[in-house]
Design a protein around this ligand. Structure first.
Ligand code: AMP
Ligand code: ZN
Length: 114
């Protein structure tokens, strides 16, 4: 646990969050500044700064992040239409340095992203 990390605080139950799913490995909660009608963050409980710092030992939890994202999308009634995003590095838009997948849905999406 990284005590200065806001997402470790949520995972530990020390900081509030609107949690929609959790198990021993991952936790999903609503983004406080939603960019779409559905905007949920899916994180590993393990503190990994970004996917750029993940290693082979993290392969199972990385797969679980994807599968959990799809499960939460179904729970949210997104009907198979959603976007998953993970920003790695400040230049790519990362602002919280604990790996997270953004699940965005409930509106039409443009491509390419900014
Ligand atoms: P990123 O810019 O990819 O690192 O995304 C970080 C996201 O975390 C942003 O969309 C923020 O709105 C969101 N965020 C930051 N702090 C919290 C928090 N305490 N609870 C929920 N979402 C948060
Ligand atoms: Zn953390």
């Amino acid at each position: 646990m990284n005590t200065h990390c806001p997402f470790c605080g949520i995972s530990a139950g020390e900081d509030p969050a609107d949690i929609v799913y959790q198990d021993a490995d991952v936790i999903a909660f609503r983004d406080i500044h939603p960019k779409a009608p559905t905007h949920i963050l899916i994180i590993p409980r393990k503190h990994i700064p970004s996917v750029a710092q993940a290693g082979a030992i993290d392969a199972a939890v990385l797969g679980k992040l994807m599968l959990t994202s799809a499960k939460v999308a179904e729970m949210e009634g997104l009907d198979g239409a959603f976007r998953l995003v993970t920003n790695a590095g400040a230049r790519a838009g990362q602002s919280v340095f604990h790996l997270h997948v953004h699940l965005l849905g409930g509106r039409a999406m443009g491509w390419p992203p900014g």
